[in-house]
Structure formats: structure tokens, C-alpha cells
Write a protein that binds this ligand. Structure first.
Ligand SMILES: Cc1cc2nc3c(=O)[nH]c(=O)nc-3n(C[C@H](O)[C@H](O)[C@H](O)COP(=O)(O)O)c2cc1C
Length: 148
């Protein structure tokens, strides 16, 4: 059983729906899960946190949603060492944008910079390809969780 923080970046609720489904499944698998809709650094960087699952859409022209931006800025400014933390990324976007899924990639690069350990590959969900993000996310999650 791991202590997992599910960190959300969402404008219209798609990424939040995916994050809620992931939180529910991870809880059913006996993990200790906290879903952070407006994540702050002191909720994510704690001695208890073992795993961070980032679930974010991209907005504007490749921008991080407003509810996730404070955490991104705090991590960038303070550069905490996160080498004991495993993480994964679910990135929602739309491939008609040049900046496809950029917010997910920005968060991924930042976690690398903080020396967090990547668990599995990113899941990138393209709104051009699917109207059912939860159906893509669930099988990915069940594989992803095996690596924890
Ligand atoms: C105003 C606006 C800007 C967007 N900009 C991007 C973008 O730069 N890159 C991208 O991949 N998707 C972009 N998208 C698509 C969203 O990321 C996608 O629809 C996603 O599923 C929305 O998730 P959310 O409801 O959690 O915000 C944009 C959507 C809107 C409405």
C-alpha cells in the first residue's frame, strides 16, 4: 500500500473526471489516496508522499490550467528533491493544437528535474481521438499501478 497524491489540472472537468476515477480505483486497491483539486507544494512534498499521479489537461496555447499553476511555480521556485517519490502523468489534450498535451510534458520535465522516479509511460489522451477518456485511463491505470 502506497501513499498517493493525485494532482489535478483541469479547466472544464475532463481531467478531473479522470483523476476522480483513478483515485477511486487506487483506493479500491487499498492505497492511501488524496485527490488534490488545487494542489499546493506542502500537500505534495511531504515525508509521507510516496507516489504522485499528475492528471492534467492543457489550456490556452500549451499552458498549465490555473488550478495546477501554483504548484508548478512553487516546485520551479523551490526545487525540492523528490528522489524518493515515484510519479506518473496522464495528459489530456487535443492534437489539433501545435502544443499538444504540453502541460503534461511540462509537469513531466519538472518532475525529472526534481529527480522523481518515473513509473511507466505517460498516458496521452487526445480529444480528437476519443470522447471517452475514462475508458482509456482505466486500463492504463491498472497496468501503471503494478509498477509501484
Ligand atoms: C481554450 C482551449 C485551449 C486549449 N489549448 C490546448 C493546447 O494548447 N494543447 C492541447 O493539447 N489541448 C488544448 N486544449 C484541449 C483540452 O486540453 C482538452 O479539450 C481537454 O480534454 C480538456 O480537459 P479539461 O476539461 O480537464 O480542461 C484546449 C482547449 C480549449 C477549450
Amino acid at each position: 500500500m502506497a501513499v498517493i497524491k493525485v494532482v489535478v489540472g483541469s479547466v472544464y472537468g475532463n481531467a478531473l473526471d479522470v483523476a476522480e476515477m483513478c483515485s477511486q480505483k487506487l483506493t479500491e486497491l487499498q492505497h492511501s489516496v488524496e485527490l488534490l483539486r488545487n494542489p499546493q507544494i506542502d500537500q505534495v512534498v511531504t515525508t509521507e508522499t510516496e507516489v504522485v499521479l499528475i492528471c492534467t489537461s492543457t489550456t490556452g496555447q500549451g499552458e498549465i490550467p490555473n488550478n495546477l499553476l501554483p504548484l508548478y511555480d512553487q516546485l520551479k521556485d523551490q526545487l525540492p528533491q523528490m528522489s524518493t517519490v515515484k510519479y506518473g502523468v496522464i495528459a489530456l489534450g487535443d492534437s489539433s493544437y501545435d502544443t499538444f498535451a504540453e502541460a503534461g510534458y511540462l509537469m513531466d520535465s519538472l518532475m525529472q528535474e526534481l529527480h522523481a522516479q518515473k513509473n511507466g509511460d505517460n498516458l496521452v489522451i487526445d480529444a480528437c481521438e476519443t470522447m471517452a477518456p475514462l475508458e482509456e485511463a482505466e486500463p492504463w491505470l491498472l497496468e501503471w499501478v503494478k509498477g509501484l
